[in-house]
Design a binder for this molecule. Structure first.
Ligand code: ATP
Length: 435
């Protein structure tokens, strides 16, 4: 249901309901940094878990990895990032505001109208020093992509598992880019999470494997319910230095269509560079035939952009009902909320508490709410996308034969209410949620 909302509404919902807060907020914030609150962190984990399940645990030839964020500076020299990970930047001569040259169409500053000077290169890696000595040798960077951590562990995985080709290494982790102009909420931030796979193939098979990954990525978009995704084949002269083919998955965000994910054929560029620079033999040795350097297909997914796309896609609002997030059940931060009809009736509260604790043992993400009337509680749960609300009422305690020991379960999407026996509740919810 995209196209109906605005960034202001999404930012406001995210803050109000604890999905995403501005970083370092009461010190004036820090541009490009965001903190995930109680709902955000659950949503993030659910996305990561679904991704890991779909792309790592369900695929026989993908190996997981969690490499260090900080690596020897030689990694970044070999990969070309120390020299080349730069954007052209222009700076206003009056107010000193900086813009990425390819993001600004005018030669005047958007803020004060001042003259924008000549474009110059700006390296986007955050520099840091390791250890007590502050010299050139101690210099390194916060990684600007997770991919290099995979390439430097390629040989380790080969040695540990002797995998057959093709195979992949997957990683979820933070990446840092000192973006010239962070903007559009978490779309362009300076600290973000990537979910990436480097898939190693024989050169002659790259096209077939690329097409397989294209289908696999489409399945992911479907699982997330993202409808407005366009695939853009990057023209040859716009390709990154390491790539021979890239398809960008662009999503219709409220501020316009922009890159959500990418699928790139990186050739053997990275392994070759690391082999040259480190002197380590990174060739794959098949049972028969000559050793060779594998080629690489790289599907890459930005987690923060995924969250923004999900909030946008599933945001709904009408005057009567207010806001509801129709998130896929598996991703919803809270799967079920438990309400005692009245908070001042001890017998209702204790029965509700009993049900709440037994649900919590079986279902991840069960909340308790006894604040205000049931209508208000529905609204609150709708705003964070809770698919099921369970109310314990007087019928639960002392109703007729067919309503005693049952609860009311209200569905977020249909708003229909059903009576479900307490004994069947766990199975009922598990089946509906698909866990
Ligand atoms: P862009 O052109 O938007 O700067 P990119 O092509 O440089 O992105 P990649 O280097 O391919 O991006 O990074 C892989 C993925 O990481 C992107 O598809 C995106 O989802 C995510 N990503 C990249 N930069 C950022 C950022 N500054 N903030 C949030 N996510 C990002």
């Amino acid at each position: 249901m995209s196209g109906k909302t605005t960034m202001e509404k999404l930012v406001s919902l995210a803050k109000r309901r604890g999905f995403i807060y501005p970083g370092s907020e009461f010190y004036g914030g820090l541009a490009g940094f965001w903190d995930y609150g109680p709902m955000g962190v659950e949503l993030k984990r659910n996305i990561e878990n679904l991704w890991w399940k779909m792309f790592v645990q369900s695929v026989p030839n993908i190996y997981g990895l969690d490499a260090a964020i900080i690596m020897n500076q030689k990694v970044w020299q070999a990969s070309g990032h120390a020299e080349g990970f730069s954007d052209l930047m222009v700076e206003c001569k009056e107010c000193k505001k900086r813009y990425r040259a390819d993001h600004i169409k005018s030669d005047r500053c958007l803020e004060c109208g001042g003259d924008l000077g000549e474009a110059s290169l700006f390296n986007m890696m955050f520099e840091t020093r390791v250890g007590a000595k502050q010299d050139e040798d101690s210099k390194t960077y916060l990684r600007p992509e997770t991919a290099q951590g995979i390439f430097v562990n390629f040989k380790n995985v080969l040695d540990s598992y002797s995998p057959k080709m093709p195979f992949g290494i997957a990683q979820i982790g933070k990446a840092f880019r000192n973006e010239i102009s962070p903007r559009d909420f978490v779309f362009r931030s300076r600290e973000f999470t990537q979910m990436e796979i480097e898939y190693f193939v024989e050169e002659k098979n790259w096209e077939k494997e690329f097409d397989n990954w294209l289908l696999f990525m489409r399945e992911w978009n479907e699982a997330l319910g993202l409808k407005n995704v366009k695939e853009i084949d990057t023209p040859r002269d716009n390709l990154a230095h390491y790539s021979k083919k890239t398809i960008d998955f662009e999503y219709e965000f409220p501020f316009g269509r922009s890159e959500l994910y990418g699928l790139a054929y990186r050739t053997d560029y990275d392994l070759k560079k690391h082999m040259e620079e480190s002197g380590e033999d990174l060739r794959y040795r098949p049972h028969e035939g000559e050793p060779f350097l594998p080629h690489v297909i790289e599907p890459t997914f930005g987690l923060d952009r995924t969250i923004l796309a999900l909030l946008n896609e599933h945001y709904n609002e009408n005057g009567e009902r207010g806001v509801w997030l129709a998130l896929p059940y598996k991703l919803a931060p809270v799967k079920a909320a438990v309400f005692p009809l009245l908070r001042n009736k001890e017998e209702l509260v204790s029965k509700a508490r009993e049900i709440y604790s037994s649900l919590r043992k079986e279902i991840p993400g069960v909340a308790w709410d006894d604040n205000g009337n049931v209508g208000k509680r529905y609204r609150r749960q709708d705003e964070v996308g809770t698919p099921f609300c369970v109310t314990i009422d007087f019928d639960t305690l002392e109703g007729e034969e067919n309503s005693k020991d049952t609860v009311t379960v209200r569905n977020r999407d249909t708003m229909k209410q059903e009576r479900v026996a307490i004994d069947d509740l766990v199975d009922y919810l598990k089946e509906k949620i698909g866990i």
